[in-house]
Design a protein around this ligand. Sequence first.
Ligand code: GLC
Length: 423
Amino acid sequence: MTFRIKSLIAGSALFAVLAATAVKAEEITYVSGAVGNDLEIFKQIVKPWEEKTGNKVTLVPMPASTTDQFGQYRLWLAAGNSDIDVYQTDVIWAPQLADQFVDLKDAAKDVIKDHFPSIIESQTVNGKLAALPYFTDAPALYYRKDLLEKYGKQPPKTWDEMAAIAKEIQDKEREGGNKDMWGFVFQGNAYEGLTCDALEWVKSHGGGQIVEPDGTVSINNEKAVKALETAKSWVGSISPDGSLAYQEEDTRGIWQKGNAVFMRNWPYAYALGNGEDSAVKGKFETVALPSGGEGGQSAATLGGWNVAVSKYSKHQEAAISLALYLSGPEAQKMNALLASHLPTLQALYDDPEIKEKQPIIPQWKEVFLNAVPRPSAPTKGKYNEVSSKFWSAVHDTLSGKGTAAENLEVLQADLEELKGSGW
Ligand code: GLC
């Protein structure tokens, strides 16, 4: 073959590849909120997919608060916005937004079995798979191992033990010169995060889960009252007054500067806490959240994020391919290693590299499998209202606007009324 013919063939082969790429290449718009360095990590995770398919992902960052994201997404979806192809969705949203998303059941039929069934179930609404899991979430009690050792303490099993240890170490550390030390940081802002924290307080005291799986409104009970009173007693004592405005990242900021003995947070704070710029690198461990003592048990709220394809997307094939990639093993493993996010793929819990680099992940398998779901399934389209009434009642209680008993009595009546109007 002459050189000319060879280069002609090579040239036309190259042209064919370029033409195919040109025809196929699509730009997918992905919206996502984020904590920590999730957005940078997302760009790394998505790169292999971009290279493989020739498509490009444009990431539109949203506020960290899931409540703010939900408000915006609901508006976009209601308006049939076709600029957004893929939404990163909170585990609680499926029943409220499923109608606006593509059913992913067929596209994912070969891989559904690889995920934990309960997570697939949480994203299935009337038989429709509204989103594919990206990572799951269940919080931990982070504790300063060095400080507990210094003062001869064991990690607490009950909230009262936690508060006592927190107070003692906080006071002694302050006396020793660390004026900024606090005992416990948690998420007390009036938003979905407070629903998560407070559900844990209530459930761990044996006070139910706000609305039970059968739809019964159960929040007005003595154990729930006790749980909220206990939490109120922390504010200004072991927890900063500012707690009433804190979201996840505010608490992580205090913790990572070395200014808290305990922190309630999700597993993402594990990788970051062990980062080079962290004052607590190598100085902390995690345990299950405390129980409410007698009759109580440790309770962790089930969180997690998923990937949903908009019904209004004009690039559905590529968007579905991206959703499948993000819920697949390559992406989930990267997310586990880089951000200590819990995979939803069962096999990754036995992955030796994950075990070695992010030990919280295999340790947290049982915690998330036993985690308490928020009542998004029984309250369906009304979940957001239920949750916002709950977090408002809790926020009022923590800020001293009414007692726990008064606020929960009103909440019970409000939720029953909401239920009466149909959820
Ligand atoms: C975490 C959880 C999510 C929850 C949110 C509350 O991101 O994964 O499910 O709604 O925290 O702030």
